[in-house]
Design a binder for this molecule. Structure first.
Ligand code: ADP
Ligand code: MG
Length: 504
């Protein structure tokens, strides 16, 4: 299915230090909020932007005696995501308590899956260039609950706590350290986001924090990573630092770049890297230490006694699998193979599920290449210019399809079609009706075209002599005829007639 792709061997980003070259090694822990109306262990709403502390069930607030009840829908979304990453689904998983104190965590622990995650090993195919891809291994996906939010900047003397987010279901997707540069890290997050949006399991809204990443970065001399690959022995790799909670593709890249150079400078200076958690400051473009691993809390993980191990049946997993949508890689491959689209165009059209759905509605029963051309160049071009998305496009897929039908039937020329597009964009309406009512139909009446050609030829005897000597000048006559007919004459017919008349 993916035989159109070339898988490249790891091509690491190399940074030249003062004393030699260094390579980057990156592993990501992505936190994706499950697209669910209710929380992981309560029925409280997950609506974004609600009045503070209005979406809080007793169990979210850790009221004594309250017990968590698992949300089957959230479990299904995690399984669906796992299947989308071609991962192993664990029929038995379990929840653990990760104990720590924080004001926005009233329970005093986070319920997570440390020892027995619901999803095991999988992979993400990361697109590096049209037709060129890299495989990044997924180690696991586990489910856990989100914490609340502490707000420190609303009052000079007080901090506030909003528990609306407390208990919202997250999927933590952990990659192997297979990512070798900043662009690749961003491409990896983009691909995960794309797949989850196709699956409908996470809306991928990074601004709202619904998708965020902890970025682990280390550096090593050339050749060391190959040794790690052969042995899976981490001692060949450098010590890593983890940059917490990144929710912008741009900042992820900038933070990796900065962090790698910081580590290189320390190592070349004879120092060693301390494994620690760092924060990225976008204003300064720097990472700074948040806490070191040495002083990291002892989380005292233990199985949560309030929750039985989670057992799911293969038949249930199979039913989820049977209901999976076509994923971006497969869709792209199909567009290339069945519609003859270029890898690049297919990539643009499948980048977002909404765009792909729009295109498919336009292409349905029509010429795929022509549909791609109109959707990418005219529609997306215009939407971009106006800062709109396809879901708010003034022109529907049915309307754009109608334009293409009129061109295919020979009713309008490509040039008139652009005028029609403009009318549809600003005024709306039915394409065929507009063409009829406004007299935009292409003139295919050969008699009328011939009359126009004769008229131009008769009016320009000097040009005729020149064109007879140099047939390349025939284009001028074609242009004149098209102009005289308001662009409605069929260009192919005009070309043919002009050539005939001039050769006499
Ligand atoms: P922990 O449980 O301490 O966070 P993990 O083994 O779960 O450690 O690793 C967390 C993340 O760090 C994973 O995404 C992994 O790929 C990545 N990682 C591990 N070692 C390195 C390294 N040397 N350089 C970069 N990333 C690494
Ligand atoms: Mg970790």
């Amino acid at each position: 299915m993916l035989d159109h792709l070339t898988f490249t061997s790891p091509e690491p980003k190399t940074i030249a230090g003062a004393k030699g070259d260094w390579e980057l090694v990156i592993g990501l822990e992505v936190h994706a909020q499950v697209a669910s109306k209710a929380k992981l262990f309560s029925g409280a709403s997950t609506e974004f932007g609600a009045e503070p502390n209005s979406n809080v069930a007793f169990v979210d607030a850790a009221m004594p005696g309250m017990l968590p009840v698992i949300n089957e829908f959230c479990v299904a979304q995690a399984v669906r995501t796992g299947l989308g990453l071609k991962a192993a689904i664990n029929l038995r998983s379990a929840f653990d308590r990760k104990n720590y104190f924080y004001p926005d965590l009233p329970q005093g622990y986070q319920i997570s899956q440390l020892y027995h995650p619901i999803v095991g090993e999988g992979e993400v195919i990361v697109d590096m260039a049209p037709g060129v891809a890299r495989r990044v291994r997924i180690e696991r996906i586990h489910m856990e609950q989100d914490a609340g939010k502490s707000i420190h900047d609303m009052d000079p003397n007080m901090s506030f706590v909003d528990l609306n987010r407390t208990g919202v279901a997250l999927m933590e997707i952990v990659s192997r350290p297979d990512i070798r540069g900043p662009e690749e890290a961003a491409a990896y997050v983009a691909k995960l986001r794309q797949i989850m949006r196709y699956l409908g399991t996470c809306d991928g809204n990074m601004q709202n924090g619904n998708l965020r990443a902890d970025v682990n970065v280390s550096v090593c001399p050339p050749g060391a990573y190959e040794k790690y690959q052969q042995t899976q022995d981490f001692s060949h790799l450098g010590t890593r630092c983890e940059i917490k909670n990144m929710n912008s593709m741009r900042f992820i890249q900038a933070a990796i770049e900065y962090e790698a150079r910081r580590q290189i400078a320390i190592l070349e200076d004879g120092g060693s890297i301390v494994q620690e958690t760092r924060l990225y400051d976008p204003d300064k473009g720097e990472t700074r230490s948040m806490r070191s691993k040495e002083e990291a809390h002892d989380y005292r993980y233990f199985p949560d006694p309030d929750l039985l191990p989670l057992e799911i049946e293969q038949a249930w997993v199979d039913a989820i699998e049977a209901d999976m949508p076509e994923l971006p890689d497969e869709k792209k491959a199909r567009f290339v193979k069945d519609m003859g689209l270029s890898e690049y165009d297919a990539g643009v059209l499948t980048a977002d599920v909404e765009n792909a759905n729009y295109f498919e509605a336009v292409a349905q029963g029509r010429d795929g290449k022509m549909a791609a051309n109109w959707v990418i160049n005219e529609l997306f071009g215009r939407l971009n210019k106006e800062g709109l998305g396809v879901e708010t496009s003034p022109i529907s897929a049915a309307q754009l399809g109608g334009v293409i039908d009129l061109i295919a039937k020979g009713d309008i020329s490509g040039k008139i079609a652009k005028d029609l597009f403009e009318i549809l964009w600003t005024e709306g309406g039915d394409p065929a009706e507009i063409v009829e009512v406004r007299g935009m139909k292409q003139v295919t009446d050969m008699g009328a075209i011939e009359a126009a050609v004769d008229e131009i030829i008769a009016a320009n005897p000097a040009q005729v002599e020149k064109a007879k000597a140099n047939p390349k000048l025939a284009g001028w006559f074609v242009g004149q005829v098209l102009k005289a007919t308001g662009g409605k004459a069929n260009p192919a017919a005009v070309n043919k007639l002009v050539a005939e008349k001039l050769s006499r």
